[in-house]
Design a protein around this ligand. Structure first.
Ligand code: 3HC
Length: 288
């Protein structure tokens, strides 16, 4: 199989990442079926596409034809069967819970054509944790996008011991077709490249806020103005989801048993209060 055999893409999950990954693939000329267990999430994803595309056209960033093609290529369904049965490539962007993903990969293996590649967009679950739930581990890998996927150029492609080089190559080629820059990791490592670097920054920022040296706003102001980052670590956590920071910390702690890897008190507090950032309209900042 080569990249030219990929015509239909199935995206699992219409949440923070899935809705934009779907649109990005649809705009790149692929037939995309996006599926979610929540009809409400699918409706929101459809609404996003119908608002975003005309705005791009109005801004002169896209032609009317491109926008129409993007919309025509995109469809939504709550049925996993319908979404995956004729997919050549599947990008799983469901909730970051290992049991959910293992069940999904087992189901996808049963439903999808035998040639289909099953990639997970997970931020921290390496694909070896789900590959053995399938009978095609050679066709399983990580394809990790960054938020917001329509804007951020990088995609990390992670080849586990079980992943064939052909699968990793096709995934890299798909990144290019979607206008992304792929980086190919030939070995699995928790957090891949970018989230490990980001975790180091977040860890320090949270420590400084936890011990009352500066507020989240002050730390963000310092980072944006001194380091030139487009967003400070707290605003970024609000965008990527404080629930995700919590899960990442808990998973890392489970692996390392190192107390410094546990989610910080501030993250635990926000998680417990369901102040998860933009998605709940409140995090370190308010979005009402
Ligand atoms: N969706 C789609 N497009 C968006 C967007 C969104 N949510 N937010 C902004 N954009 C687009 C705008 O349309 C605009 O496009 P244009 O220049 O082509 O017209 C462009 O991005 C700039 O937007 P704005 O002028 O409104 O705002 P900013 O200049 O502040 O940019 C940002 C917003 C692109 C989000 C920028 O702040 C940024 O790059 N922030 C850092 C993002 C980042 O670090 N992401 C990685 C997070 S880590 C991660 O995802 C890993 C995961 O595992 C958790």
């Amino acid at each position: 199989m080569t990249i030219d055999d990929i015509k239909t893409i199935c995206v699992i999950g219409a949440g923070t990442m899935g809705h934009q990954i779907s649109l990005c693939a649809a705009l790149s000329g692929y037939k995309v079926k996006c599926t979610d267990i929540s009809q409400e999430m699918l409706d929101k994803a459809g609404q996003f596409a119908r608002t975003y595309l005309p705005e791009r056209v109005a801004k002169g960033k896209m032609t009317q034809e491109q926008a129409e093609l993007g919309l025509a290529n995109l469809s939504f369904t709550t049925s996993l069967e319908e979404a995956a049965q004729d997919a050549d490539f599947i990008i799983e962007a469901a909730v970051e819970k290992i049991d959910v993903k293992r069940q999904l990969f087992a189901d996808l293996d049963r439903i999808a054509p035998s040639h289909a590649i099953l990639a997970t967009n997970s931020s921290f679950i390496v694909s070896s944790k789900v590959a053995d739930a399938t009978r095609r581990p050679d066709k399983v890998c990580n394809m990790h996008f960054f938020n917001p996927p329509l804007v951020m150029k990088l995609v990390e492609v992670v080849q586990g011991n079980h992943t064939s080089p052909e699968t990793a190559q096709i995934t890299m080629d798909l990144c290019e077709k979607m206008g992304k820059t792929g980086v190919w990791l030939k070995k699995e490592i928790y957090g891949f490249l970018v989230n490990r670097i980001l975790a180091a920054i977040n860890h320090e920022a949270l420590f400084l806020a936890d011990i009352g040296i500066a507020s989240p706003e002050e730390i963000d102001t310092a980072v944006t103005n001194a380091l030139g980052h487009p967003m400070g670590p707290f605003r970024l956590m609000d965008m990527t989801g404080i629930d995700l920071s919590y899960y990442i910390g808990m998973e890392l702690y489970k692996e390392t048993r190192d107390p410094k890897d546990k989610p910080s008190p501030l993250v635990v507090e926000k998680y417990a209060k369901r102040e998860w950032g933009r998605k709940t309209k409140k995090g370190f900042y308010s979005y009402e």
